[in-house]
Design a binder for this molecule. Sequence first.
Ligand code: COA
Length: 136
Amino acid sequence: MSVEITCTWRAAITDEEMVDLVRSHGGRAEAGWWDRIREHSLGWVGARGEDGLLVGFVNVAWDGGDHAFLIDTKTRGTHQRRGIGTAVVRVAAERAKAAGCEWLHVDFDPELADFYFGSCGFRSTDAGLIHLRPAQ
Ligand SMILES: CC(C)(COP(=O)(O)OP(=O)(O)OC[C@H]1O[C@@H](n2cnc3c(N)ncnc32)[C@H](O)[C@@H]1OP(=O)(O)O)[C@@H](O)C(=O)NCCC(=O)NCCS
């Protein structure tokens, strides 16, 4: 089943809407999270259905220059596998390019390889990670 969505860049999303979206896919929502981090973003993409309901989201962080970083891709639990995640990532890439970025980075768990490589157009690269806050 397809769904009509409208994707926007840097349009308002309330903290309450973000909490609802995260809960909808079984994530651990934290009230205040979105209000706290939004100001650090190059931008973000929101996808809304015809009724205005927030059904998709992705955030784009950056280094102020060539590098943009895709984080927190989310699709409403009831709306997954309808192309919404792919659509918000496509808009994020277009907007990061328009902002002058040369590279768009992402990291993810292995089970999402088909999504990021197969559907969103990322290619594989070497990357590194340090967990700065290991479990006590
Ligand atoms: C990952 C996520 C954003 C994908 O959103 P989506 O709107 O369902 O993705 P799409 O419909 O655009 O998927 C396109 C293709 O990507 C692949 N894909 C999408 N979700 C997948 C999943 N969970 N597992 C494996 N492949 C997946 C499939 O090939 C899919 O095509 P198909 O439906 O014809 O099989 C969504 O599952 C989600 O919000 N998950 C919870 C939060 C999360 O883990 N975010 C990732 C942070 S890195």
